[in-house]
Design a binder for this molecule. Sequence first.
Ligand code: NAD
Length: 335
Amino acid sequence: MTVGFGVLGAGRIGQVHARAVASVPGAKLVAVADPVAEAASKISQTHGCTIRSIDEIAQADDIDAVIICTPTDTHADLIERFARAGKAVFCEKPIDLSLSRVRECLAVVKETNAILMVGFQRRFDPDFRALKQAIDEGRIGAVEMVTLTSRDPGPPPIDYIKRSGGIFRDMTIHDFDVARWLLGEEIETVQAAASVLTDPEIAGASDYDSVNVILTTPSGKHCTITNTRRATYGYDQRIEVHGAKGSVSAENHHQSRVLIANETGYTRPPLLDFFMTRYVAAYAAEIAAFVDALENGTPPPTTGRDGLMALALADAALLSVHEGRAVRVNEVLGQ
Ligand SMILES: NC(=O)c1ccc[n+]([C@@H]2O[C@H](COP(=O)([O-])OP(=O)(O)OC[C@H]3O[C@@H](n4cnc5c(N)ncnc54)[C@H](O)[C@@H]3O)[C@@H](O)[C@H]2O)c1
């Protein structure tokens, strides 16, 4: 079986997913839609697919699944529209910026029996999978504390930031998902600190660029997350998990593995520059997992509920910053 794909939105992540689809056996990129003709034609020319409107993709017999790569505030409407059109849906994070809108959208997914996978690609990164496997095999004993370091090389354009829902919902949301995945327990409380240290324009957009978060589970496990929108040395993506019998860590990816030692010290090539280069394998593996789920009729590995819970943690972090206290996740979930 070959799954025919339509990519909606041909910006930064749309191009990444188009390349991922093209690299996955059993997946075929059939069409792309974007109101900006130049963006759509870049994908169409690179991958030899057609350019179609959203309506044409929704009605197309040769398209089984769509990948939603449009701005965040369009996701929930598009999920509902394609769920109703009988297409399987892969949607980039976050599903929406409002928990109540996410709930409404997931109700439509359920009602239409649609398949929905949410794009948390870090779970599919080969290093992070190996780290998770070491935990699952008991090699470090019971997980006690997780440390996640995620630093972007530079901020996205200010217009993107204004529509993004803020750093917790846009950037830290990946770390919130990884934390739930690695801790193996839901989070009970969230304590966060946030500042603007890199660019006052970000404060003007009512956002932060430098945040730290401590998550605590009911059994007392912790996860510490540190994020900034500026790292002069590249895309800094590291995980360390400390357990009762040891620890496991995943280090950064450099442009090559060469290490030069001389009288001035030790020198390595720079880190990979951003998500488009660092997570190439992860994006391909997540689309492969989506195709597997469609072929085998199994639930996709990252679900609408994962999207909802990560957003709840983001909302709790923001409330924690505003009120200067630890916030129970149930407060924002309304439970
Ligand atoms: N998982 C990740 O690592 C990751 C990385 C970057 C972005 N994202 C998410 O992907 C989404 C897009 O981010 P981006 O950085 O690619 O943004 P972008 O601004 O680069 O691209 C968005 C594209 O969507 C197009 N578009 C707008 N409305 C549309 C519509 N109704 N139909 C079709 N196309 C439409 C725009 O013209 C633009 O080309 C955001 O929700 C973001 O949170 C995820």
